[in-house]
Design a protein. Sequence first.
Length: 173
Amino acid sequence: MLRIAIAIIFVGSLIGAIMPVGRPAGQPNLTAKSVGHRFAEQKEASLTRVDPGNGAITLERDWDGHFYADATVNGMPIRFLVDTGASGIALSRKDAERAGISSIGADGMVVGRGASGNVMGSYAALQRIALGPKEVRGASAIVLDGGDQSLLGQSFLSEFAAVEIHGDTMVLR
């Protein structure tokens, strides 16, 4: 049985070595530069829609499998990863600086625990955070010491009556 498995692997490797290398006709030639450009274009495209009739906010699942929301913090646009498993709002240091947020307490404090261990940062108070028609004043947040992605968690999501996911769409009502 072991000899058969080794023979199959050897024949498969041999066939793979002699097959021509290339891409199927009609397929784009993807390079690191072109993939990076497409990623940048996708990140810039707004995935947040607001229904003017009922105020429901619809988010489309991004290429990476996550939902992102284009919100404003103190009037500055910030792209948030919507994290239904996070308890609060977390801002990257860059986003916090853009929104003019000063952190409270020392930087480098343990402010939470995530899947990869302790989360380091400092506490902050937001004057205002808004997503579509929903606005919260004086919300608490964390300014993260590391990472480039701001997170929108339950302390804001709980302001909605319902958070629903239907396939590749998230609806906040």
